[in-house]
Design a binder for this molecule. Sequence first.
Ligand code: PMP
Ligand code: GLU
Length: 435
Amino acid sequence: MGGECTADPLGLFHGCWTGGILPDMETEMTHAMNLSKRALGVPASPTLAITARVKELKAAGEDIIGFGAGEPDFGTPEVICDAAVESLRSGQTRYAPTPGTPEAREAIADKLRTENGIECTASDIIINNGAKFTVYLALQAIVNPGDVVLLPTPAWVSYKPMIELAGGVVREIPAGPDSDFKMTADQLEAAIDDDVRAIILNSPSNPCGTMYSPEEVRALAKVLEANPRVAVIADEIYERLVYSDEPYLSMASVPAMAEQTITINGLSKTFAMTGWRIGYACAPGKNGEVIKAMTRLQSQMTSSITSFLMSSIPAALQKATAEVSSMRDTFAKRAELIHGLVTQWPGVSCPRPTGAFYIFPDISCCFGKTSGGGVRIQSAMDFASALLDEAGVAVVPGEGFLGCGVNHVRLSFACSEDDIHAGCQRVREWLDRLT
Ligand code: PMP
Ligand code: GLU
């Protein structure tokens, strides 16, 4: 599986090893500043790389339409900002308790109990510097070197590197557009053996934009319940951004799964707070051992989150309902709009987005063709690179999402309707010039 990425015209995977962190990799110890195997083995996040690239190009005056960034294009609701400013002005500028203040933890526990049906108390909660770090800490807390962690793919770009940084071994469970990118309970059952320690579930999914129905969650729960050694890391960061008629069901609200699940969420997406870096985990049961372990790890790594942001957590969860609902409605409209436009691209298909703010079309019909600018398209990476250079449209190539992602690109519709119209039109014209 190992090997350096070859076709990487965007330079996103520069120096990365697709086979993961390589413990046996030879490193020549010739200089004090030689890098560790761990640092050499970890790829940079391609989603953040694309986002940064688009910002650079725009700042240089280029006419770019960005479908790369996985972050809301709205400002943070004022009521949340006010709470943080007030805390800052009133002197909340010293170290806070590592897992969070009692008020912030209670506000999260209350949200999880009332909105998600998860039985928990404030002591079952830890607050972290962004949900990305929450996932990382959860893995560090429960995975031993050599443990297998199941990863339904396509999956968000950071899961595999984080599993490998914890010493785990990724076992993919692939799904494709035919099943809306969702694994079946039978696939899950077949993937479990004695080596499996955990599974990462992400619904609604980044990058697929689809979500498991309550019935599907219950079917997966049945398999997992029969395998109590398998911990579920349920990344529910897009749980409020859903656009189907079906309600959202949290894995930990299934009674048998309550103590087998680490629920992960955060304020970044729902409340348009990506730069604030606030994520959290909930893990009831086992005498709170998981949260205690995550707290110990965090106490040696980052301490608490920024102390004067603690008060913004109850403010967001309790006082921003109208703003959240308006942002969700806007995303729902954009989901319809972009799906209608993308499915008009010749030869391109994709399921309707039912959650998050991503659409993940299969663009493999373009492989083997040559772009108007003379680039031979042989991969999603070639597609994304030529599209950016020739049409000024940024999308994320699917390679980093694993599985059938190699045939796809991800478009984020966290951008204006005008950008969606104009960007999709540019892609269409660019596709028309392929020969
Ligand atoms: N999980 C998923 C599935 C995501 O897409 C993201 C995107 N950032 C995160 C976790 C991390 O969110 P945060 O910005 O809070 O670190
Ligand atoms: N999660 C977002 C994305 O996938 C933000 C970037 C990142 O953290 O990967 O685009």
